[in-house]
Design a protein. Structure first.
Lengths: 349, 88, 429
């Protein structure tokens, strides 16, 4: 039986190039496997042969996703492997996003099966969506061997076109698709049993997990407001007139930032709202009614706080997928933090 | 989004009209806005009155950024009070 | 202590005959007599009695309600209290059941929320009604009868027929007798002191035409929650006027045979102390929901409930009540399990419920009502086949030129019923 040719995608850390300091490296091509790749080969009983390893810095991938995807597709297409594997990414968000994106691209555009592995809360889970199998991992890389063996087992089934079992059996994350099945006990019996467990304080499993909104521990407050840099952000869709970057009126696929240093007021002549979910009349008449620039400048001049950040961030918070909104919030927060902002005022409609 | 900004370590306050939704979704610092189509404005007022209203709202929001809180808090526009942990 | 004796007469076939009676496991029906009885209601122009047996290549459509023939031994108390001359409390004494028979109301569509029952083929796998000997009333209303009158006429006809047939079962012989003690709260406390106290909240939708329920014959709109003993449900204290949607509306049959009541009673005195049932009307307006849910909380506290099972009736806005109740109960320390179904889309990828709350952490789902099926043509349709194009679960073109039906199981009576009679579940893959 011939060996299965595999191409493996990794980040700079697992690719043994470096840590955070090397997160900005562009994609590198390595012939043969890295140690994680060797582990994949070993766990597969040597059925897998990692022909190429693609290593890319997490920051580079996050900031140049399209470009990296194109490069990966090229390097994969050149040797047409039977399988594409990425990660495991565990809890690393940028890494997970890259893994999910690359797998989805390889599978959908080249028709090559692709599998990855990451923590259920990794934002990368959304990027691969319902199309790619993702083996579930915890946070700890100490689990690598177990994860790799699950990854290999599922990949072999995908390759052999064997029937794939339920998520709990095979170890992959449910892809969010719900199907009807017949079970032994009728609904009422299951309800009584579930209640008895709940009453006794025993663990039970709900049959319909609901989307939950977790709470965040409050960040430390600003200690000296007079010395603080404040940023304005809005979900109300206030954009330069003409909406040059085409933020969508609902289910926005992006957020943007616009330069406002030396600007003291937003006027209807130069700004507008792009948000499709509320009556635009008042915002278009005076955009300060949604993004309160004029008053913020006045308070800045009075010295209430030190400086208004040079940009404001904007997106449209109308029927925007929860996962997208979370990603925008996280990225905006990271960028503002990096640029020395100490507090954020966000308006929403 | 404001919850994710706070998660990164930046205090973030949300000015919004539907406070219960902000509470459900998990925002920690909330200031009630004027109305959905004009959270920081009131078309019924004269322009200079509107600017004063905005300043007042923003002062409340800035206060929200400087207070140490343990749980979700809706900051009211009165100078001295805030209303902690309202749910439902 | 009071008790209800439920005497089951097993019926293996239904035929027409000279006299309406049950003997040797056969139910004979005098059709003319039954028709005359039904047509005493002048609002109906005609009624045909049809029989559909399990395995027959028959389809019944559009179905409004299904009831089980049951009658009480002796008077003056009757099953389906409030529909005849008596509104006396039920749930004690002796009740006879024609086990294996179901009374189905059918005929001209009142409105599009009515459903379908297939007696064989893939459609028959979806609900228990395909395994019943169905006695179907196919009713035509008088011309120009208003929809409210039409609905009432067919609903009352169903109750009358179920009662009429139920009386035929009363005789010397019965095949199985189940004994249900009917205890007071004090008696339960004495008997089962150490066991957790559990209540069952039976939501009944009360939102208008074909979205109503009747408690002791009274329309539940405008009613605050009502305390019932489990056995009252067995005697038809709740009659359904709800049709939304066929897959997850609780028919009268489902209330008479409420499986949550049955399964809680099976644990009575062993693992729990089942205190009783609260029938909770569900309205559309937020203030009404708050009012009703808080009344239910008050009653639950008063009874000392420690745990509760809550079942939904219908879908959509009643999910707000489910969540509100979960919140109120859990915050008060009453452990809660919700029983519902979901509309997760044909691809199973949509969020299945209209509302959520963190306290709703224990949910039983009875399936995704959007599952798509193709049903083969049958030899005989009882009712009006063309109704499939307009009923919930169907769509324009549901009835294909080749006679096959393409539809969602939302249109199949009882397929995802939220009291949990079926063994369908949804899982994430």
């Amino acid at each position: 039986m011939g060996r299965v040719k595999v191409v493996h995608y990794l980040n700079q850390f697992f690719g043994q190039i470096g840590g955070e300091d090397k997160a900005g490296i562009p994609p590198q091509l390595k012939e043969g496997p890295t140690p994680v790749g060797q582990l994949l080969e070993k766990e597969s009983g040597d059925r897998f042969e990692v022909m190429r390893t693609i290593i890319c810095g997490d920051n580079y991938a996050a900031e140049h996703l399209d470009e990296v995807e194109a490069i990966v597709l090229k390097w994969v297409e050149e040797i047409r492997p039977a399988l594409f594997l990425a990660g495991p990414a565990f809890g690393a968000g940028r890494y997970g996003m890259a893994c999910g994106t690359m797998c989805k691209a390889v599978q959908q555009k080249l028709g090559i099966p692709a599998v990855t592995a990451m923590h259920p809360n990794n934002p990368g889970v959304d990027s691969a969506g319902k199309e790619i199998y993702i083996i579930e991992t915890g946070d700890s890389t100490l689990d690598m061997k177990r994860v790799v063996s699950k990854l290999v087992a599922l990949s072999l089934k995908v390759l052999d076109k064997a029937p794939i079992g339920m998520p709990q059996e095979e170890g992959y994350l449910p892809r969010g698709v719900r199907v009807n099945v017949r079970v032994e006990k009728r609904g009422s019996k299951r309800a009584v049993e579930m209640l008895l467990k709940k009453l006794r304080g025993e663990p039970f499993e709900t049959e319909l997990p609901l989307p939950q909104f977790d709470k965040v521990v409050p960040a430390p407050p600003i200690r000296d407001l007079a010395k603080a840099v404040i940023a304005l952000v809005t979900e109300g869709g206030i954009v330069p007139k003409g909406n040059p970057d085409r933020i969508e009126a609902h289910n926005a696929s992006k957020y943007c930032k616009y330069f406002i240093r030396d600007l003291n007021d937003l006027t209807g002549g130069e700004y507008q709202t792009a948000h499709g979910g509320y009556d635009p009349v008042y915002a278009n008449d005076d955009p300060d009614r949604v993004l309160p620039l004029d008053a913020t400048r006045l308070l800045e001049k009075e010295g209430v706080f030190a400086k208004l950040y040079d940009y404001y961030y904007v997106t449209v918070g109308n029927v925007t997928a929860v996962a997208s909104a979370e990603r925008y919030g996280r990225e905006i927060g990271e960028r503002l933090l990096r640029d020395g902002v100490q507090g954020v005022i966000l308006t929403s409609t | 989004m404001v919850k994710e900004i706070e998660r990164v370590g930046l205090p973030a306050v949300q000015i919004c009209a539907i406070v219960p939704i902000a509470l459900t979704v998990g925002a920690n610092r909330i200031v009630r806005a004027v109305a959905i189509p004009h959270p920081t404005g009131n078309p019924k007022l004269e322009k200079n009155e509107e600017v004063e209203l905005r300043k007042k709202l923003l002062r409340t929001a800035l206060r929200g950024l400087t207070e140490r809180i343990q749980e979700q808090t809706v900051f009211k526009q009165e100078d001295l009070s805030s209303e902690a942990g309202k749910e439902k | 202590m009071n008790q209800l004796l439920l005497r089951k007469v097993f019926i293996q076939d239904v035929v027409f005959g000279d006299k309406t009676e049950a003997s040797d496991h056969v139910l004979r029906i005098n059709p003319e007599e039954l028709v005359r009885y039904i047509l005493e209601d002048r609002r109906l122009q005609s009624v045909a009695i049809k029989i559909a047996r399990p395995g027959e290549k028959k389809r019944i459509i559009p179905v409004k309600d299904v009831l089980e023939p049951r009658a009480k031994l002796g008077g003056p108390v009757t099953t389906f209290p409030g529909f005849f001359d008596s509104a006396e409390p039920v749930g004690t004494g002796i009740t006879y059941v024609l086990d294996g028979v179901a009374l189905v109301t059918c005929g001209r569509l009142v409105n599009f929320q009515e459903g379908l029952i297939d007696m064989s083929g893939p459609g028959a796998e979806f609900a228990l009604f395909s395994k019943k000997l169905n006695v179907v009333l196919v009713m035509e209303p008088k011309d120009n009868l208003g929809r409210y009158e039409h609905e009432e006429a067919v609903r009352v006809a169903g109750v009358k027929a179920a009662s009429y047939l139920g009386l035929a079962g009363i005789a010397e012989r019965f095949d199985e007798e189940l004994r249900f003690p009917v205890a007071t709260l004090g008696e339960l406390e004495d008997l089962y002191r150490g066991l957790p106290k559990v209540i069952y909240v039976d939501m009944v939708i009360a939102q208008g035409l074909l979205h109503d329920n009747y408690i002791y014959g009274l329309n539940a709109q405008g009613s605050l929650p009502v305390l019932l003993s489990p056995t009252e449900l067995m005697d038809g204290a709740i009659v359904s006027g709800n049709c939304a949607a066929p897959c997850h509306k609780n028919t009268t049959y489902h209330q008479q045979n409420n499986p949550i009541v049955e399964d809680l009673l099976a644990e009575q005195g062993k693992t729990l102390s089942f205190l009783g049932v609260i029938a909770m009307p569900v309205r559309t307006v937020l203030l009404d929901k708050e009012r009703t849910c808080n009344q239910v909380l008050k009653m639950a506290r008063f009874m000392g409930a420690q745990g509760a099972i809550v079942s939904e009736d219908g879908g959509g806005n009643p999910e707000a009540d489910l969540m509100m109740l979960a919140r109120l109960f859990e915050k008060d320390g009453i452990k809660t399990v919700l029983v519902t179904d979901e509309y997760a889309g044909r691809d199973g990828a949509s969020q299945g419920l209209a509302d959520v709350t963190p306290e709703a952490d224990a949910i039983v789902t009875n399936g995704n009502g959007n599952q798509y099926v193709i049903l083969p043509p049958v030899e005989e349709t009882i009712g009006h086949l063309e109704a499939i194009d307009v009923i919930t679960g169907g769509h324009t073109g549901s009835l294909r030129p080749d006679g096959f039906i393409e539809m969602e199981i939302a249109g199949i009576m009882g397929s995802t019923v939220e009291v949990g009679s079926e063994n369908l579940k949804t899982i994430a893959v």
